[in-house]
Design a protein around this ligand. Structure first.
Ligand SMILES: Nc1ncnc2c1ncn2[C@@H]1O[C@H](COP(=O)(O)OP(=O)(O)OP(=O)(O)O)[C@@H](O)[C@H]1O
Ligand SMILES: [Mg+2]
Length: 346
């Protein structure tokens, strides 16, 4: 029972999904970063997975809020509510439901103010000590890359709101670049493509379904098709269309090019030794968007460097945080801030 007093928690607060890892337990929360609010009463109706069920099916007065935009907290109050709810849910069953320390991953390029806002949200959501960890480092630890060795690794985290390209070495980020091209942008391109080519309006959940089921970065061996329903732009009536993988791939081309251009630029700006290491060690992809069919092969052929998707890319960052919180002394050098102990009941 005493062990509950000293539980640590790892938090991967993402634009699309938030995951929590409890020391000694594993991943306990894996839900969308989303809140449903009744705008008439300003009441929160539900949070996380429950609110996602309402996506695109809500009456006028119910608003779905995604409080992070491109990896940055844009709605502090709602972020805090989400974290409070998830921490409480994760701590449920514990004797006092307290956490000793929380490690939270943050994008490398956040300003001091933005970092503080994430930290404050976790503190006011009820965690004791809060430590920030650079997200690419957490992902690299989750992927079991040798981050402490004097060799560089390139890790690309392709999430919902951002793609973060990082070169890490000796326990730190040497170089990084953050792009606003990731899963949400892919969905926007699919919505736009279907409107332009078929004159049909679809919602975000349908775009997501198309992307996950038949989306790809390179030509596939087997032909894939999906039938979806939307609204005919000119008549306003429902319309069914069948899409092929080639059509969806064409819609994603511009975004995919944007990502490889950014990788090339980062490599061009890096000293030759780093480039040599990357060539030797290859590129690692993580984050949900790295699951797009053939994305590893596409990047490998564009950049001419071996590329692989890490195991279970959606949970890689939070598993890295899990490794950190289960062995804090070993990883103390990579924690971005050191705070005085402060244990709060939640
Ligand atoms: N099989 C798949 N194919 C393509 N994309 C996918 C697949 N599965 C999930 N995704 C996309 O992955 C994204 C979510 O990934 P992830 O949970 O890593 O993002 P996040 O950490 O919340 O966002 P960010 O890191 O940008 O703040 C979504 O945009 C989703 O559409
Ligand atoms: Mg992420």
């Amino acid at each position: 029972m005493l062990r509950n007093f000293y539980k640590n928690v790892g938090v991967d607060l993402g634009t699309a999904n938030t995951l929590l890892y409890l020391s000694g337990q594993g991943i306990v929360i894996n839900e969308p970063t989303m809140v449903a609010v009744n705008q008439r009463t300003n009441q929160i109706l539900n949070i996380g997975a429950e609110s996602k069920k309402m996506l695109d099916r809500t009456p006028e007065h119910i608003k779905l809020i995604k409080p992070l935009i491109h990896g940055v907290v844009s709605d502090f109050e709602m972020t805090e509510e989400i974290l409070k709810y998830f921490l409480r849910k994760a701590g449920k069953g514990g004797f006092f439901s307290r956490f000793n320390a929380a490690a939270i991953s943050v994008p490398t390029n956040l300003t001091e103010v933005e970092r503080k806002s994430v930290e404050d949200a976790v503190v006011s959501a009820g965690a004791g000590r809060v430590f920030l960890v650079e997200a690419p480092l957490a992902a690299a630890i989750g992927a079991r890359l040798p981050i402490e060795e004097p060799t560089s690794n390139m890790i690309i985290d392709m999430g919902g709101g951002t793609t973060e390209i990082s070169i890490i070495s000796v326990g730190g980020t040497v170089k990084s670049k953050s792009l606003k091209i990731a899963g949400e942008k892919f969905n926007e391109e699919i919505i736009k493509g279907i409107k332009d080519e078929f004159g049909v309006l679809i919602g975000e959940p349908t775009a997501e379904e198309i992307k996950v089921n038949i989306g790809s970065a390179i030509p596939l061996q087997e032909k894939l098709e999906i039938t979806i329903r939307g609204r005919n732009v000119s008549t306003g009536l429902p319309k069914e269309i069948t899409l092929r993988d080639t059509q969806v791939r064409a819609m994603l081309q511009k975004s995919l090019k944007g990502i490889t251009e950014a990788i090339k630029t980062l490599i061009e700006e890096s000293p030759p030794e780093l480039v040599g290491d990357i060539l030797k060690r290859g590129i690692y992809l993580t984050g949900g968007t790295s699951k797009l069919r053939g994305l590893d092969k596409y990047i490998a052929s564009e950049i001419t460097v071996a590329t692989a998707v890490v195991e279970d890319p959606l949970t890689c960052t939070v598993r890295g945080l899990g490794i950190i919180i289960e062995d804090m002394p070993t990883y103390k050098n990579i924690l971005l801030n050191q705070q005085q102990p402060r244990v709060v009941n939640i």
